[in-house]
Every structure is written in C-alpha cells, then in structure tokens.
Design a binder for this molecule. Structure first.
Ligand code: FES
Length: 158
C-alpha cells in the first residue's frame, strides 16, 4: 500500500516535470527542427524537370489569337496573339513556386514576385524573367512546346 503511494507520487512528479519543462522543451526542439528543415529546403526548387520536356499543345487552329491556355502538368502558359504563338514558363525563377496569371502579368504566391505579361521580372525576390520556350510544329501539324529549348522573349511560332 505504501509502495503504491510512492509510485503514484513518482508518476505525479514525472508528469509535473513533463508538463513544467519537458513539454516546452519538446515543443521548442520540434519547432527548431521544423524551422531548420524549412530553411535548408529553400534553395531547392519545388519542381523537378520532367522527362522529355516536350508536350503537345494542339494545332494552330486550336489556338486562335486571344487564346491563353495553362498546361498544368507541364507548368507552362501558352498564348496566341496576332503575331503568333508563344509559351512562357509558369515556374517562378526564385524558388520554383507556380505563378498565377492576372490581368497585369504573373504573380508568385510564395514571396510576391511579379512579372509582366511577357514574363519580364518587375518585382523580386525572383532574380530573373520567366523563360520562353520553343514552339514548333510536327509533321502532323501538332504544335509542340519544348521546355528544354528556351528562346528569346518575343519569339513566336507563326
Ligand atoms: S518562389 Fe519566391 S517569389 Fe516565387
């Protein structure tokens, strides 16, 4: 009976210690670990390059002037205007988040970088413009974007 009281006292002491010091120390260590993991992961892009980098976007007839299409699986916006068809990466040049399009251009939801409608950087922290990709036509008239071939901004498929 006396021994049981001692065990109960020890449980109580252990619980009090845990609630008094152990829990805050545990939470502190867990928070520090989460912070360090986040900081260490920052230099690496969220996305890894795909296999071939090439994907079909339809025929020229499928993309009349005024068309804006987002190819989610490939993270590329395809535009068609009076001068031709062009493709701009949707991957932010800062840390690889996916930018979204608005009426003024592109905005990155992660750290607020802004690009104009042609992907030119307007506000960091992103270090450079969104790349433009090559658009070409296959023998069967299918247009293809090649993410491994960047082109100078302004170059369109006609
Ligand atoms: S990932 Fe940081 S601004 Fe886009």
């Amino acid at each position: 009976m006396e021994q049981k009281a001692t065990e109960t006292d020890q449980d109580s002491i252990t619980r009090r210690f845990f609630m008094g010091w152990g829990l805050p120390v545990f939470i502190g260590i867990a928070s520090l670990a989460a912070f360090l993991l986040t900081v260490l992961r920052m230099p690496f892009p969220v996305l890894l390059p795909g296999k071939s980098g090439r994907f079909k976007i339809g025929t020229k007839a499928d993309l009349p002037p005024g068309t804006i299409k987002y190819f989610k699986d490939d993270q590329v916006y395809v535009f068609s205007d009076q001068d031709g068809i062009f493709a701009i990466s949707a991957v932010c040049t800062h840390l690889g988040c996916i930018v979204s399009k608005d009426e003024n251009g592109f905005v990155c939801p992660c750290h607020g970088s802004r690009y104009n409608l042609e992907g030119k950087l307007e506000k960091g922290p992103a270090p450079k413009d969104l790349p433009w990709y090559s658009v070409s036509r296959l023998p069967n008239n299918q247009l293809v974007v090649d993410k491994k071939k960047s082109v100078k901004p302004g170059i369109r498929f006609t």
